[in-house]
Structures are given as structure tokens and as C-alpha cells.
Ligand binder design. Structure first.
Ligand SMILES: [Cu+2]
Length: 158
């Protein structure tokens, strides 16, 4: 049997609650989140969440730092090409090809699933968490990448 080609930077990670919750009204007690990320030639990330409000729009992204006591601790979004201007609200950098965006809308049972595919893998710099936000992610210049308040955070070993 021929050896299958395994890229040197192949990396698979999964993360499973507990969530650090900052807003228990929008992320009720018992909410569970699961992240699966596969890096090979590019990176595919899947986020599934159970127990949120039904029929509700949430934003979510991979962030640069691990979760902490407040939402801010997770730092900015991870960007493959870092924006020289911070906070990054320029759609040239704050977009779903340069960042990992995982927006979703829950179904009537409060279940949400999102998939992100980007054409790069993590190198020396790696994302450390996934943050769930209050709204879907904006794309207009001056607001690109913003999605309202940070509601909850999950540490992920990208
Ligand atoms: Cu975010």
C-alpha cells in the first residue's frame, strides 16, 4: 500500500467546553461548544454549539489569545496577514479569508453550526481561542470584523 502524503504541518485539534461565559442571558447555563480544526494545505474549522437561544444570530471568530476573566483577554482576531493598524477594522485584513469567521444562526432547538475554510495554516503565531459574539460579523470599512460584545469563549489549541 503506497504511503499517503501527509503534509509536514498536518495538525488536528478538537476542543470541548467548558465555555467561559460573559453573558449568561445570551449564552445560557449548560451551553456546550465543540471545535474541530484540521490544518493541512489550508485550515478547516468547525464550530458546533448546543444550548443557545433558539433562532438567534451569533458571531464567532478565532482569537489570538486564550480566554480569561473578561472577553477582552482573548485579544484581537487571529490574522494570517496582520493588519499594521489596530484595532483592525479594514476589510483588507478583517475578512473571512485572513481570519477564521464562524458566524452561525441557531435553529429552533438552539443548535448552531459553522464552518470556516482558509487557504493557510498556522505557523509560529497560532490562534488560542474561539469567541462567540452578540451579532453576525460586520464587513463594512470601519467596522469590518466587529460583531458586538463578547459573550463566551472557548480555549482551542489551534
Ligand atoms: Cu471575535
Amino acid at each position: 500500500m503506497p504511503a499517503s502524503a501527509t503534509p509536514a504541518d498536518f495538525h488536528l485539534t478538537t476542543a470541548n467546553g467548558p465555555l467561559t461565559v460573559y453573558n449568561p442571558e445570551l449564552v445560557p447555563d449548560g451551553t456546550r461548544a465543540h471545535v474541530f480544526a484540521l490544518s493541512a494545505l489550508g485550515t478547516t474549522t468547525v464550530l458546533s454549539v448546543y444550548g443557545l437561544l433558539p433562532n438567534h444570530e451569533y458571531g464567532a471568530h478565532a482569537h489570538a489569545k486564550a480566554c480569561g476573566a473578561t472577553g477582552d483577554v482573548a485579544g484581537p482576531h487571529f490574522q494570517y496577514h496582520p493588519d499594521p493598524v489596530l484595532p483592525s477594522v479594514d476589510p483588507t485584513y478583517a475578512n473571512p479569508r485572513n481570519e477564521v469567521w464562524l458566524d452561525f444562526t441557531t435553529d429552533r432547538l438552539g443548535i448552531g453550526v459553522a464552518v470556516s475554510r482558509v487557504g493557510w495554516t498556522f505557523g509560529e503565531r497560532r490562534a488560542k481561542s474561539v469567541v462567540i459574539h452578540e451579532t453576525h460579523t460586520h464587513t463594512d470599512p470601519g467596522h469590518a470584523g466587529t460583531a458586538g460584545a463578547r459573550l463566551a469563549c472557548l480555549d482551542v489549541d489551534f
